[in-house]
Design a protein around this ligand. Sequence first.
Ligand code: NAP
Length: 249
Amino acid sequence: MNRTVLVLGGTAEARELAAALDAQPSTRVISTLAGRVARPRLPAGDVRIGGFGGAEGLAAYLSREAVDAVVDATHPFAERMSASAAAACSRAGVPLLRLERPPFRSEPGDDWRRVASLEEAAATIPGSGRRVFLTTGRQGLGAFAGVGGAFFLIRCVDPPDVPLPADHVLRLDRGPFTLEGELALIDEHRLDLLITKDSGGEHTAAKLEAARLRGLAVIVVSRPPRADPLAVASVAEALAWLREAAHAG
Ligand code: NAP
């Protein structure tokens, strides 16, 4: 072992990267998870679960574990972790790369509306649809609690701990989701509106293809703005950056 890479995780890309790094005999990979999911899919290599206590805690961790490079592969909506990683790496002088999957893209004929927040998504429902496929994840579901006059099929990994809209069915599932499965849900619940975060990538794109085929309106919550000095969109690019960083170091 001659170098340690810290992967800030919670995404499929983070797990793919950890698996590739774990296969390198010269690399120790530590993946970190927030601990939000009751039974997370664990990445290969070492795993640390729980927050660091802000940028200061993470900076201390980086020096304690003699981390040589950090890849922030957290979800595009995990704003606080990314901000904390940027501050900690700059303080500790550790190179940082952002790995972020490309956003979802609409196709000609799609009926997509982009909004800036979950609250705006909730406010946009009247007039957009009456039978909603809500796939924005467990966090922030409270924004939809007061929306009346619509049915919600709510899909998330763990049970929500906030009030939910009066007329709903809760479906606990973490995928992977197939096009056939998504079409079946749309048909079974007669859904006419999909609400999703702009999580991007291929892993959850089947719902968008299903919405396209069935003519659903789609509300897409845009990603929060960010300012990453160094960012790549694929695991292969992250591995190439780490190879170069190793040679430079
Ligand atoms: P967040 O708001 O940016 O993070 C809140 C706090 O949780 C951070 O300040 C940090 O605590 C801790 N934390 C977050 N990600 C961590 C990680 N990978 N390792 C260690 N600590 C972490 O993040 P979030 O939106 O709650 O997301 C939490 C996790 O779920 C992330 O790993 C993210 O990749 C994953 N995820 C999020 C979404 C989403 O829609 N937000 C969707 C899918 C997966 P300290 O300040 O104490 O260090």
